[in-house]
Design a protein around this ligand. Structure first.
Ligand SMILES: Cc1cc2nc3c(=O)[nH]c(=O)nc-3n(C[C@H](O)[C@H](O)[C@H](O)COP(=O)(O)OP(=O)(O)OC[C@H]3O[C@@H](n4cnc5c(N)ncnc54)[C@H](O)[C@@H]3O)c2cc1C
Length: 415
């Protein structure tokens, strides 16, 4: 096995193009106060350029219209896209559509791929992943949304919570209990529900980073499903398979967030350093104050450690699959979220009141970063996963293995 940190020249050139494109063509859109419709209009010609450069939907294999770069190369691209919250949409790999397309690719029938996945990949449709129920998001075994088969239709009833883009999506993938008597992990199935189906109601939620729900890319909604009827063939995967499919979807999805956070961290770090060398107080530049130097050094080390853990996890997924990289995926999720928060926090601090104001993007980045410790499973749950999996590798002993007198006695007996 070799460890190689170099990037193939062809791919490095693509990354250089993406870096310039994001900075020169996407950053300007951030400050135009675009709503969802006008952002999509502005993004359309940019999406064509991305397609022409072979970087569209880079998370998917070539058989699905993507590039088949694998997770490691994708990680290098995502850390560039993460610098702007608008960039993943322009590159056709934004959540939740990227994960939903992968899900239909894994579990969908030929008809479902044709009708839902292909237009999703082309950027012609938007989708929502409707899973969480309020207060039980960490424990899906408690979900109660119900779907019952009535003739050749599923009838869906229940409430979902915090569903990304539910008010803008063309279809929802809904997790619902279809097998109430089965074991907790086999009670739920997934259904594809077209957004216009009678009985669906959505309430847009105000978020810490978007209290007036004006974000050009995402909305988040509480969704009611009341006697919503969809054809039996809208079942995605087999009956009772929702739990397993959700794990398959969320595993790679989580690491894509972590990859993008590196880009957010770097943008905040650039602002931190620029400010440190630009402003003088108490007789000298901030860059010469030891506290600020400590922040620069600690943030750089934290970003690099999160980056390496992210890319190593991506490499492991490429080698042995997401299922065998569960510990690493869970670890980078909470570690990356903490680094993200801390780096933005220090960048704000070095800017003083300017950093707290909306004249800088840092306060918005800070508010959005807070969500990273909650979505796709809160930190606590991922820590439990890591600790449980690591502790499972150890056996209880009467005497510690490293107990020096015991080892000395054994070594002397063996002489
Ligand atoms: C920005 C954002 C976007 C989202 N997008 C979507 C989406 O598109 N679709 C969707 O279905 N959902 C979405 N969610 C919901 C998300 O998946 C849930 O918020 C998450 O899984 C946690 O569930 P919960 O909010 O119900 O928290 P709860 O389950 O109520 O947990 C609350 C708190 O309890 C603690 N806790 C829970 N379990 C443990 C444990 N085992 N040990 C110790 N402490 C614990 C944690 O501190 C946790 O934060 C989104 C959430 C956010 C914030």
């Amino acid at each position: 096995m070799t460890w190689d940190f170099s990037i193939e020249p062809d791919y490095a050139a693509k990354l250089d193009w993406a870096r310039d494109f994001v900075r020169e063509r996407i950053y300007p859109l951030e400050v135009l106060d675009l709503d969802h419709a006008s952002f999509r209009k502005q993004a359309a010609p940019l999406q064509d350029e991305v397609k022409a450069h072979g970087l569209w939907a880079a998370h998917l294999g070539p058989e699905l219209g993507g590039q088949g770069y694998g997770q490691l190369r994708l990680g290098l691209l995502h850390e560039i896209l993460g610098r702007s919250e608008l960039a993943p949409y322009v590159f056709g790999c934004q959540a939740p559509d990227s994960g939903n397309a992968e899900l239909i690719a894994i579990a969908g029938t030929e008809d479902q791929r044709e009708r839902w996945m292909k237009p999703l990949l082309d950027g012609r449709l938007l989708s929502a992943f409707s899973m969480t129920e309020q207060g039980t998001g960490s424990d899906p075994r408690q979900f109660t949304t119900r779907a019952e088969l009535d003739g050749d239709e599923w009838v869906l009833n229940g409430r979902k919570w915090f569903v990304g883009n539910a008010s803008r999506a063309d279809f929802h993938i809904v997790m619902a209990v279809t097998e109430p008597d089965a074991s907790p992990r086999e009670r739920m199935s997934m259904l594809i529900v077209p957004a216009g189906t009678p009985g669906i109601s959505t309430r847009e939620l105000g978020l810490m980073n978007d209290p007036d729900h004006r974000n050009p890319v995402w909305s988040h909604c509480e969704v009611g499903y009341e006697d919503v009827r969809v054809p039996a063939e809208n079942l995605l995967g087999g009956r009772g398979e929702a739990f397993v499919l959700a794990q398959k979807r969320l595993g790679p999805g989580r690491i894509h967030h972590c990859m993008r956070w590196i880009g957010v961290c770097r943008r905040a770090f650039d602002m931190l350093c620029e400010r440190a060398v630009s402003v003088s107080v108490h007789g000298g530049p901030l860059a010469q104050k030891q506290t600020v130097q400590n922040w620069v050094a600690d943030c750089a080390a934290a970003i690099e450690s999160a980056r390496l853990l992210t890319l190593h996890t991506a490499w492991k997924i490429d080698q042995v699959g997401a299922e065998n990289a569960r510990t690493e995926i869970a670890m980078i999720k909470y570690h990356g979220a903490t680094v993200l928060h801390d780096v933005i926090d220090k960048a704000i601090q070095v800017h003083g009141s300017l950093g707290f104001s909306t004249d800088m993007p840092l306060e918005q980045m800070y508010r959005w970063a807070r969500a990273a410790r909650i979505y796709d499973g809160p930190d606590e749950v991922h820590r439990v996963t890591v600790a449980r999996r690591l502790l499972a590798q150890y056996e209880p002993v009467d005497v510690p293995t490293e107990h020096i007198p015991t080892r000395r006695a054994a070594a002397e007996a063996a002489r």
